[in-house]
Write a protein that binds this ligand. Sequence first.
Ligand code: NAD
Length: 451
Amino acid sequence: MVENKKKEQMKFLYPETLVATDEIEVSGKVEKELLTEINPFEMAKRQIDIVAGKMGLNENIKKYLKRVERSLIVSIPIKMDDGSIEIFEGYRVQHSTIRGPGKGGIRFAPNVNLDEVKALATWMTWKCSLLNLPLGGAKGGVCVDPKKLSKQELERLTRRYTAEIINIIGPDMDIPAPDLNTDPQIMAWIMDTYSMHKGRAVPGVVTGKPIEIGGSVGRETATGMGLFFVLEALCNKLNIDLNNQSIAVQGFGNVGGNIAQILYEKGCKIIAVSDISGGLYSKEGLNINELLEWRDRNNYLKDFHYENYKFISNEEILMVKCDILIPAAIENQITQLNANNLKCKIILEGANGPTTPEADDILKQKGIIVVPDILANAGGVCVSYFEYIQDIHSYFWKLERINQELKNILGSAFEDTYSLSKEKNVTLRIASYMIAISKLAKAIELRGIYP
Ligand code: NAD
């Protein structure tokens, strides 16, 4: 059978990253189906192996870093508006709290699973370590399509999920934040639920809250702003004039929407953007503010009609000929199957885990520079850290200070990564991992293994 042969080929290409594929039966689409089955945690562990090999990391430390400290799976029963009861599954994972309390977002999405959350928690550990933030890596998620819930159902889901994970979160333990399909309102419900259980207001339990209840100015736009600072630093190194670059952005939510708007307002030409429904393309450039207004009125990009814009799919947006491609949606978008067809010069990773290790090798051969997620999109966790500090001190900073400190921290992380990549002749991803992992290894050595 053709399908079986293809499956065998894919198993050869991705020996460790595939999960069981027996139920896949659609002919002709086997590769695509299999790619959606890439296991992100296996991918995260393989990234550790690759970097450990390059830096000669002690085998025991490698073993230590390839497991998560704690995974909690919870069942979330919700009374629906029609009186029925639905049960959702939720997760909270702490990969490492060696360098400080866990930190990481919560996502609500239909395909969230434990291994995805473990991978995301692992990447958070590297991100905090690379930036020298005194925080560890964590992540959470609920397997749900939030678009199918009413606002009241969404609130009940958020509150029940919070109550289920309440014993392992808190300002000194693990501090959630927004991620896919979660926003300041959802953070406000988490903060309120936690506070009601504790009998006092505890703003520091989450970041990305509304400003009125202890949130920070600049947090909503922080990931986009961070992407911009890192891109600007790279362009300075490479003597590239950012204003003359053509840019494509996959994902038009918090991260994709903000970076597209920041670049658009700086005068750059954004030639393509997409959301889950597909994307829009114009060689002359899109009017990003108009598209953001459309999005904010709860519309999908596929329904935006303007005769000069061409509709493209989410696969096509990655192949668009452009200078800078910004994947800002979900994991596993750039893989061994499409990396060869990319026509950009720089990839700035807004999403977490958008590129597989196999694709990394191909991109390196093609001379495409990849600015890795743990550096490129770290602006979010950085301003979350500022929010956490402001909550502890009950003293709030002005936007200028937030942006200046963000630029300083990301600027240093970029410099460290860029110089190490030149010194060791490795990609920016390998260099950033080397820095993050060596700090973790040192922390483990200093703390020792209890008991
Ligand atoms: P979001 O929910 O605000 O936006 C996600 C966007 O991606 C939407 O436009 C959505 O339509 C699109 N999308 C969703 N599924 C898709 C699919 N299967 N194919 C194509 N497009 C799809 O989420 P966000 O907060 O912008 O997060 C996007 C990515 O950035 C995630 O990988 C997240 O982990 C990462 N990230 C977010 C933050 C943050 O502060 N929000 C920080 C760092 C990294």
